[in-house]
Each structure stands twice: as structure tokens, then as C-alpha cells.
Ligand binder design. Sequence first.
Ligand code: MN
Length: 379
Amino acid sequence: MYFKNLFLTVMLSISSAATYAQSANAFRQPYPLGEKISPNPHFTGEVWLAPLSEHRELNVPMFNVTFEPGCRNSWHLHKGGQILIATAGIGYYQEKGQPARRLFPGDIVEIAPDVEHWHGAAPDSWFAHVTVECNPQTNAALWLDPVSDEQYCEATAEAENRYAEANKTLTAREQTIVAVASYTGRGDLEHLKPALAAALEAGMTVNEVNEVLIHAYAYCGFPRSLRAIQTFMQVVDERKAKGIDDSVGREATVREDNCSRYERGRDVLAEISGVPSDAPKAGYAVFAPTVERFLKEHLFADIFERDLLTYRERELATVSVLAGVGGVEPMAYGHMSICLHLGITAEQLSALLNIVETNLGKSYSEPLRKVLTQLTVKI
Ligand code: MN
């Protein structure tokens, strides 16, 4: 966590969007950015506002608000209440005296009248939400003190570190593999960047980190894998420019074997899954035998035989990529079973999902928590 806290402090002390490669216009979100309304006495940081509804007679004013990383509004309350709908990036909402709630796209916050609160971006993320002004005939905002850097750091760090103790069932190296792989699967390059730096800080070599990104292509395709590798090139170059000498590490051992790639891949799969290689073929293996051959020859032979990662690390990476991809629960089921067969515990898989929940949100972690429950009930 030292790296993360340092990162936070640096990000908060160097103000302005200029320090981010991603400018406001490059931030991908469904609604318009609108006009910059900062500097503004009710906000700490840069903020943009776009009205979303045109017909005043409809009487439900809605706005899109975009916050640069670290930006938040002051403590305030609404006389008629407010509804927030998170639409892009990662943000926070906190009511006075309560823990801060981390917000991801799709999350809805209902704020009752006269409840003191603030909302804004995460320290390392752009964030946008739609605001719906309730009871507009009588509603008014009452602005109070700014959210100090200390209050903001405490609230956001608490939310980020909520699972820190439980996550210690995974090593620091494994935790960074999970973060890197899940961001790669999701295609979230903004957050992948610091995660890649954290992997190097955790002692992984450049070749080992590259191996996670190469491995990922089998599960999320070349475009996401190559964008992740390009992002990693940038990270390594930037660190080199700062005088950090990251170890490249050894190459994968070249394997000499007379067996066919199909047979080698078949045996690797049998070893990691515990399912005998002569078990009758079913499902897609019968319907599309070509893809079954590609899986054995290429994925389980060419890729899995490379010894820069252990099978255990490859499977943790696989489940994490699949979590980031989303909507592939049958594959997640298969790979979580392989994890359990390799001796990865249910607690460790739960820690993996905690990291996914913190980084990508519950809409990515919850479907796989259900899969984990199915698997552990079966045991
Ligand atoms: Mn509000």
C-alpha cells in the first residue's frame, strides 16, 4: 500500500489535469462534457457541467458533471434531495459520519433532503455522473466547508483498503497479477498503467509482466493484449527516464519435445484440470473441433509451456482477465475449478474478486462470486 499512498499524495499535491496523459476531452463517457465551471468556490479541482434536459416544463433538471481525478465538491445539502447516476470512471459519495461509497458506472445514489454530503472523482480517476434535481420547485443547495485533502484521502483510502487484510491470502506479486490482468481484460488503460508499475515494484521482471499480457490475449483477444503491451512499453520508458532500472529478467526456457503440440497441450490441460485426457469430448469440442485443436496446440502447449509464470499464476491471471471481459461465466467456472484443483483456495479466489470489485466494480465481481459459491457448495 506504500506505493499507492505515495501515488495518492503526489497526485493530490501536483494539481491540474495537465499532469494526466488523459485530458477531459479524451475521457470516454456517454454524455457531453459541457463547459468548464471551475475555478469554483464549491469545488476542489477542475469540473465541467452539461445540461441534459432542454424542456423546462418537464420540470426534472438533469446535468452531466465531469470531475478531473481528485476533484470533489464541498460538503453540502439539497433542500429537496438529489439523485446521482454514475456514468463513467470511478467516483465517491460520502454522507457526513459514514464511510465513503465507491461509485462505478450504473450506480445510483439517492440523497434524501437535508443530508450533508459530498461527491466527486477518485484520486486516480476521471469520473462523471448525471445529477437529477428532485423537487425542483422548492429545491436549493446549501454549500458548507470544502472537503479537506485529509478528509478526502482518509475517505478514499478507507474504501480502497477495505479488503486489504483479507487480500493478504494472495502474495503481493499475485495481487498485482490480478490487477494487471483484470484491467487488461476490461481494456482500462488509465488504471492499467499504475497497476503495471505496481507489478514491477512488487518484484516482477519486465519479461514476467509481459508474459501476463501475452497470456491475456488468449482470453481477451490481440487488440486488448496489444494495447496493454503498448501501455507497458510506456510505463517502462517513463520509469527508465526517471532513472529506475527495472530488471528485464530471463526469457522463457525453450522446450525440446518430440510429442505433437496437440498431445502436449492435451496433457497440460489434463494436469491442470484433473480431467483425464481420454474423457469423451462434448459441447464445443464436438461442434467445432478446430477450435478445440487450437486450444490444445496453441493455448495449452505454446503458451502454457512457457515457464515465466507458474500454472497457478496463469490461472489467477485467466480468471482475472475473464472477470474484466464479463459475460463469460461458463469459462470462469471452468478456470475457477482449475484454480481449486491447483490448490488455490476459495479464500484466495474471494480475494481475487475483492480486487476486481475495488478496481472495476461489483458488476464485474458479483457474477463470479456467484460462480465461486456454486463451486464451493459443490465441494
Ligand atoms: Mn449533492
